[in-house]
Write a new protein. Structure first.
Length: 305
């Protein structure tokens, strides 16, 4: 057996103690620092102890530190659990307008007003994942059809940027094609007040999203479980795609949207590699320059005006 150096034991003890003694982490609005503390306990303290327990001579002292770290983490997670239960209840009872919903999030994450300012996922995603549902994320039940792309959540800051740039009003009907767990649809509605619909092929994802909308009491949010090519888009004005399809399936979906554009002006927002084939459509006009980076939000319109 290998004896763990005392400086490592001291380092672990100090890390736990600093977090345990930080009263500010218990304040509701201090979500960002609390999330960092939970991650620190998880990956730097608890995982580290588990590695050390496999070959060392101080198992009793390490086990005691492990229990202490897990309890501190649990205490912080309980604060978040109560916080998000309260915020979900406010949504359920209609306690937020579009502007006050965004303001509320800004109380917990002050830099929310910088949509698209970071690449990928960050603490805003963690916050919204916990806010919108306490359900476990389901496993997919169906095999993807040829042309369907595996599901990935849209980064939250891209959704905020989408809601801001789309400037939806009460006359708009927003569609997310390949809506997955429903976060884009729910957030676009909460951030704009517009009617929002999601179309999702995978029934487990659809059921998760539908349950979220019902639990949050959002009557202007709807999820449809079907192949997106079979959808009724006669009322749609703004569409979003985070590369849900590729190849022939994407071509077929764009042909469907082109028919809709023959009756009215529609806008399409894209994120991911699907942007490039969309940009090649001669019936669409890009509102911002398409660069070589697919992971930017792009806006297209069926009107050049």
């Amino acid at each position: 057996m290998i004896e763990v150096p005392t400086d490592i034991i001291f380092d672990i003890q100090s890390g736990i103690q600093i977090i345990s003694n930080d009263a500010a982490l218990r304040e509701d609005t201090n979500f960002a620092n609390r999330a960092e503390a939970i991650d620190f306990l998880d990956f730097y303290i608890i995982d580290r102890i588990e590695g050390l327990l496999q070959n060392e001579d101080h198992s009793k002292s390490l086990q005691a530190l492990q229990r202490q770290a897990k309890q501190v983490k649990l205490d912080l997670e309980k604060i978040n659990k109560l916080l998000f239960a309260h915020l979900r209840e406010n949504i359920n009872t209609g306690g937020y307008t579009a502007s006050s919903f965004k303001k509320m999030i800004g109380q917990y994450l002050p830099d929310t007003n910088n949509p698209g300012s970071t690449v990928g996922y960050d603490q805003l995603d963690i916050f919204l994942n916990e806010l919108l549902s306490d359900q476990p994320v389901p496993e997919a039940l169906l095999k993807r059809m040829p042309g369907m792309v595996f599901y990935q959540k849209t980064p939250a800051r891209i959704i905020f940027e989408l809601a801001e740039r789309a400037a939806l009003n009460q006359h708009d009907i927003f569609f997310d094609l390949g809506s997955g767990l429903g976060q884009v649809v729910i957030l676009v509605h909460l951030l704009t007040g517009a009617t929002a619909r999601g179309v999702e092929y995978e029934p487990a994802y659809w059921r998760f999203a539908e349950t979220c909308a019902v639990n949050l009491n959002l009557p202007h949010v709807q999820f449809i479980n079907q192949d997106a090519r079979q959808g009724d888009y006669s009322q749609g004005t703004v569409f979003f795609m985070y590369t849900p399809f590729e190849g022939r399936m994407l071509e077929e979906m764009l042909a469907i949207l082109r028919k809709e554009a023959a009756t009215r002006v529609i806008r399409i927002f894209t994120y991911g590699p699907c942007t490039f084939p969309v940009a090649q459509q001669d019936w669409l006009f890009c509102k911002n320059e398409v660069t070589g980076n697919p992971y930017e939000l792009y806006e297209f319109s069926s009107s050049s005006v």
